[in-house]
Design a protein around this ligand. Structure first.
Ligand code: ZN
Ligand code: ZN
Length: 213
């Protein structure tokens, strides 16, 4: 049975999620943007064993704790190849412009659209949802989807940063996310959770017709 822990990390308030298998206690961490001690504390408190660090994309606010988490647990880091260069380049992941430590992360696993990652009884399917960044992905699990900065409750990711593209983002959301089950719970990279049905019905960015496509 899939269970999910979550915590808010970093100055930009990134949602870091820890989906885990209730029986075997194996887990993954999605977007550890900071606060490595709190993430490790939550893992320990819940008696979990970390297998993978999954990234929805390569921006600094989602990757700040990756290196330390990887060092301390041996977990492997997964990202889409279109964002892997961004991880390694503080100018591209924007960490060199925000006043903190420059961040330089190398990934171990390249995820592609349709790929399935399995941890015990948990399956997470990779859905490539470019538009916020070229290599942005969502991770689809049993009844849940982790959408990173692609789709938020009542909003969508910004497209004015390098690699961003408004038309491509809208196309990703419409063709890859809104087609999924209405009851699917959305866990976004920032802000509160939602459902596919809610966003389909009321997200102001997704209400207009074909002119965006
Ligand atoms: Zn982002
Ligand atoms: Zn973000």
């Amino acid at each position: 049975m899939l269970k999910i822990l979550s915590l808010i990390v970093g100055e930009l308030g990134v949602n870091c999620y820890i989906p885990y298998c209730e029986q075997t206690r194996q887990c993954v961490v999605i977007d550890p943007g900071g606060s490595v001690d709190r993430i490790l504390g939550l893992i320990k408190e819940n008696n979990l064993q970390l297998k993978y660090i999954l990234l929805t994309h390569g921006h600094f606010d989602h990757i700040g704790a990756v290196n330390e988490l990887k060092e301390k647990t041996g977990a492997r880091v997964a990202v889409h190849p279109e964002d892997s260069e961004m991880l390694m380049d503080p100018a591209k992941n924007l960490s060199s412009f925000v006043g903190g430590e420059p961040i330089n992360v190398s990934a171990d696993i390249m995820v592609e659209d349709g790929m399935e990652l399995q941890v015990s009884n948990i399956k997470l399917q990779v859905i490539h949802t470019p538009g916020h960044t070229k290599g942005g992905v969502s991770y689809l699990g049993d009844g849940v989807i982790f959408t990173g900065d692609t789709l938020f409750a009542g909003s969508i990711g910004r497209t004015d940063l390098p690699g961003g593209n408004y038309k491509i983002l809208i196309k990703s959301i419409r063709e890859k996310l809104l087609v999924l089950d209405d009851n699917l719970v959305i866990y976004p990279g920032h802000g509160p959770s939602s459902t596919i049905g809610n966003e389909y019905a009321s997200n102001p960015y997704l209400q207009s017709g074909e002119e965006f496509l």
